[in-house]
Design a protein around this ligand. Sequence first.
Ligand code: GLU
Length: 449
Amino acid sequence: MPRRKKLSLDTFMEGLARRNPGETEFHQAVCEVARIIIPYAQDKPHYIDAQILERITEPDRTLSFRVAWQDDGGNIRVNRGFRIQFSNAIGPYKGGLRFHRDLNLSVLKFLGFEQIFKNSLTTLPLGAGKGGADFNPKGKSDGEVMRFCQAFMTELYHHLGPEMDIPAGDIGVGAREISYLFGQYKRLTRQFNGVLTGKSLEFGGSHIRKEATGYGCAYLLKQALNHRHDSLDGKTCLVSGSGNVALYCAQKLTALGARVVTLSDSSGFIHDPEGLNAEKLAFVMDLKFHRRGKLGEYVKKFGGTFHPDQKPWGVPCQLALPCATQNEIDGDDARTLIKNGCIAIAEGANMPVTSKGYDVIKRAKILYLPGKAANAGGVAVSGLEMSQNSTRLYWSAEEMDHRLENIMEKIHLQCLNHGSENGYVDYVRGANIAGFIKVADAMLAYGVL
Ligand code: GLU
């Protein structure tokens, strides 16, 4: 194999931008990995010569398809469905489906790319994929969501299989959507298997799956604070979002002794200085998961303040847990958080911090747990749901919670192994390098693919 010249970040990123024009989220996600992996790989010519970075940033395949369905008024509606099968180097394609009005290929490619490293960190045999549709579930009836899911699966099922590609949920895809999708898959194929994860308990789902991303994020933050001889006890936390990730993260943080004072949705954020408790969380879970209402209702019942169209990052805190969506903390938000005393950020969402925000955080050297480590608990329990489906044996909630905490410990250890430098732990570096090595070595072993 001919030896390649030294690879520079600028040259690599120029090539990536040329091949993927206008895909800014994808460029951002790749750049955050490449700026760590390129220097790391300089004295490892086997990675550079085999063009591992060029190959790992090119999905195995990208599927895009029409989804036509009928709304309650009898109107024909057309959406675009996607599935990106990014890498099956270390296991079958695995990753969620997102239904969101603004979903596009750039967002899906960033998510699919992140998934490679995240899934590798879980220590389970999981490749990476991501998919979804530019379908806006907000304001749709159950019947409309069902017809959309059935139309979506009617095309997608050709590309799925329990040993090939196993989707799950993500933003806009929860238990209701997974049930409709699984029902349609079962009808089309006449097979009952583990082709989707995040299923309900009655038909092959796993205990703790819906809690896993949020719980895992709280566990990793606890472990990282303990490593610094600190703890969650009594710390004021800002949580953004009010989906599965945010609410179960808030629940676990509260159980572990922290005080969660905010939650947010697309209409704004609530600030409850007294902190959430079990009763308040149960109310928000019912509001969000069953009644699909807005957070403003919380303030009417429990007090506190509602801040329309704002993000929570201006509230003084010690810990910030962005659990809503990508790029929700920019440079100014990061400066405000740090000025107000924030000592740690743990990402329940995927890439919630912009590049400028990340630069501010890096300079301040506060504890920063990137999503590919901090929110890996969700896909990890999906991996365990697959194991349970394959063996037809099911583990208890206690067993699953224990396994999840254990996996988060393994993730923490991998970050320490590859990210410790002069007493400081760079979790971004640790997570990226640890995630990369396993996949890159598998790719080397396969030869030129
Ligand atoms: N969508 C989640 C994630 O971002 C879960 C994926 C899965 O369980 O496959 O990791």
